[in-house]
Design a binder for this molecule. Structure first.
Ligand SMILES: [Zn+2]
Length: 221
């Protein structure tokens, strides 16, 4: 047996396992930096998410899952949106609707409508993709390790419907140092003045009022 080969293989496996382990452990770490600014942006976005959660039960209330069969997404989305949001695709740089979009409002999940990125946290990264230094509410997204292409990245998903948004990197501007690099195909812009009405519809659609009622009931009993 060639012990040199066995030992070097074991060494490589150990390095990969350690890297993935560190990545998973560090998964929520960058978002901790965001937390202090989340309420400010949330209030500006008039999402009402923070206030609602505080009133009911910030620890107990989880957002519901919005699951639909693949055929539903194929019908609802355009081909490009489906490829990016449901199949983890990436649109070409400088090709999407929002990389150079500067209106005041909120960018929502193209699939389930969750309010994910505020225009006030948008910046020009020069990459050709819409870029934000923070998310509206970190409980609305989920990060997953992505090791495709031999590079370790953090994939950003919509927590409610699982849609692929893009990736988050640690080379963003102050105050968070984060760069959420998002596909235009995964988001839909809503002007700020339309947000209150929009959010009411969204909450009904994903079943938040029913969940809040159930949680409040459980607490008061
Ligand atoms: Zn979604």
């Amino acid at each position: 047996m060639d012990w040199h080969k066995v030992v070097s293989k074991l060494f490589i496996i150990m390095i990969i396992v350690s890297a993935i382990g560190l990545f998973v452990l560090a998964d929520d770490e960058p978002l901790q930096k965001v937390e202090t600014d989340v309420d400010i942006v949330t209030k500006k976005a008039k999402t009402g998410l923070s206030e609602k959660k505080t009133k009911s039960a910030s620890k107990s209330l989880a957002f519901p899952r919005f699951t639909r069969p693949d055929s539903f997404w194929r019908k609802k989305l355009t081909q490009g949106q489906y490829y990016v949001a449901r199949k983890k695709g990436t649109e070409p740089a400088f090709s999407g609707a929002y990389w150079s979009h500067h209106d005041d409002g909120v960018y929502t999940c193209v699939c389930c409508g969750s309010p994910l990125f505020d225009s006030e946290a948008k910046f020009d990264s020069g990459t050709g993709w819409p870029s934000y230094w923070q998310v509206v509410d970190k409980s609305l997204i989920k990060l997953h390790p992505d090791i495709t292409g031999g590079v370790i990245r953090k994939e950003v998903n919509c927590r409610i419907c699982g849609a692929h948004m893009g990736h988050v990197f640690d080379d963003g501007p102050r105050p968070t140092g984060l760069r959420f690099c998002i596909n235009s195909a995964s988001i839909k812009f809503v002007p700020r003045k339309k947000m209150p009405e929009y959010l009411e519809k969204w909450r009904e659609e994903i079943g938040l009022p029913a969940l809040e009622k159930a949680v409040n009931g459980a607490i008061s009993n």
